[in-house]
Design a protein around this ligand. Structure first.
Ligand code: DAH
Length: 348
C-alpha cells in the first residue's frame, strides 16, 4: 500500500477536482457522500489514526484535520449558495400578485343600500335621527296604536302575515310588520315629544310577486313632532330630500289621501323625468308617498298631548325609489342575487 501521506494528498487532489467540477445540488450531494461522509476515504483516514505511531500521528494528523475542515467549509458554503439560488427560482416561479386578487373580489353596495345611505345622510343633516324597530311586531304597534282598530276596513289595505304564537286567545297577536310606521309608536312612547326620526327598514306583505311587487321590500318612515308643526314643514322637508337625492329641483304635488294614522292625509306625487327604452325623454306624475299630520289619537296613544304638539309623518318605498333612481324596471332583479346586475352600481 502507498504511504499514507501520498494517499491523503491524492485524496485531496481528487476531492478538489470533483468540487470544481460539481454544478448542481445533486453533484454536491454526491461530492459529500464520496468525500466527507462516514463512508468516505477521509473517514477511514481519521479512524486509522489510532493505529499510527505517535510521530506519524503528529505529522499527518493536522494534515488530515485541516483537509477535513477545508472540504467541509467549501461544501457548506457552496451548498447554502445553491440552496439560496433554488429558493430564488422557486420564489420567482410561485410569485403571486395578491393585489390583483383583491381587485377581482371587490364588492359593491346593493342599490337599495346606496339609496338608503344617501337618504340617511340627507335627513341627519336636517337634524333627524335614524331609528330602528323590530320586524316581528305586535298587532298593537302595527295597527291599533296607529288608529287602525280590529274592525277597521283599513286593515284590509295591507295583506298581513300573522305569526302563530300557539296561544289562540293571546291578546298580544304578532305580525311581520306591514310598514315601518310601527316604529313611530315605539319611539314616541320611549322618548315623548319633540321627536324627529326616519326609519329605514324591511316590511312584509302577503302578496303575489310580480314586476313591481314583492312580499318583502324596504320603506322609509319619517316623523317629526314638535310645537307649531304644519304641512308647510312637511312640504319643505320632502322637497329638500328629493332635490338632494336627485341633485336637481323636483316638482311635487299633494293630493288628499286616506291613512288612519294621519289627519289630514295626503298622497305626494313627484314629477318624474326619465328616458324610455327608445331613448325618448318622458315625464309623468308618479305616486311617491303617503303622508299627513299625525292623528291626535296616535299622539294620545303615545302619551303626547295633541293640544300642545303637532307633527307630520310620511312613508315611502325605498325599494321603489332605488328603482326610480337607477331606472330598474323589475323589482325581482333587485333581490335576484345576480352578481352581474348588482355589480353595476357605484360604490359611493
Ligand atoms: N304606512 C303606509 C304604508 O305602508 C305609508 C304611510 C302613509 C306612512 C302615510 C305614513 C303616512 O307615515 O303618514 O302604506
Amino acid at each position: 500500500m502507498k504511504p499514507l501521506v501520498n494517499r491523503v494528498s491524492e485524496f485531496s487532489r481528487k476531492a478538489k477536482g470533483a468540487f470544481d467540477k460539481a454544478r448542481t445540488l445533486e453533484d454536491f450531494k454526491n461530492f459529500y457522500a464520496e468525500f466527507l461522509s462516514k463512508k468516505s476515504e477521509l473517514n477511514e483516514f481519521l479512524k486509522g489514526m489510532k493505529d499510527l505511531s505517535e510521530g506519524e500521528r503528529k505529522k499527518i494528523g493536522p494534515l488530515i484535520q485541516s483537509l477535513r475542515t477545508e472540504l467541509t467549509e467549501l461544501f457548506e458554503q457552496k451548498q447554502s449558495q445553491l440552496e439560496q439560488q433554488e429558493m430564488n427560482k422557486k420564489l420567482v416561479a410561485d410569485w403571486l400578485d395578491i393585489t390583483k386578487r383583491r381587485e377581482q373580489w371587490k364588492g359593491s353596495l346593493h342599490p337599495v343600500s346606496l339609496v338608503q345611505k344617501r337618504i340617511e345622510e340627507i335627513f341627519t343633516s336636517m337634524g333627524f335621527e335614524v331609528a330602528d324597530g323590530p320586524e316581528v311586531e305586535t298587532e298593537w304597534h302595527n295597527f291599533d296604536a296607529l288608529n287602525i282598530p280590529d274592525s277597521h276596513p283599513a286593515r284590509d289595505m295591507q295583506d298581513t302575515f300573522w305569526i302563530s304564537t300557539g296561544h289562540e286567545k293571546s291578546h298580544q297577536n304578532t305580525v311581520l310588520r306591514t310598514h315601518t310606521s310601527s316604529v313611530q309608536i315605539r319611539k314616541m312612547m320611549a322618548d315623548g315629544a319633540p321627536v324627529r326620526i326616519i326609519v329605514p327598514g324591511r316590511v312584509y306583505r302577503n302578496e303575489a310577486v310580480d314586476m313591481t311587487h314583492d312580499a318583502t321590500f324596504y320603506q322609509v318612515e319619517g316623523l317629526l313632532v314638535d310645537k307649531g308643526i304644519s304641512l308647510a314643514h312637511l312640504k319643505g322637508t320632502v322637497q329638500t330630500m328629493l332635490s338632494e337625492l336627485f341633485q336637481k329641483d323636483i316638482k311635487i304635488r299633494f293630493r288628499p289621501g286616506y291613512f288612519p294614522f294621519v289627519e289630514p292625509g295626503l298622497e305626494v306625487d313627484i314629477w318624474f323625468e326619465f328616458t324610455d327604452k327608445e331613448g325618448k325623454s318622458r315625464a309623468m306624475w308618479l305616486e311617491f308617498m303617503g303622508a299627513g299630520m299625525v292623528h291626535p289619537n296616535v299622539l294620545r296613544n303615545c302619551g303626547i298631548d295633541p293640544s300642545k304638539y303637532s307633527g307630520f309623518a310620511f312613508g315611502f318605498g325605498l325599494t321603489r325609489l332605488a328603482m326610480m333612481k337607477y331606472g330598474i324596471e323589475d323589482i325581482r332583479l333587485l333581490f335576484s342575487q345576480k352578481k352581474d346586475f348588482l355589480n353595476q352600481f357605484a360604490c359611493s
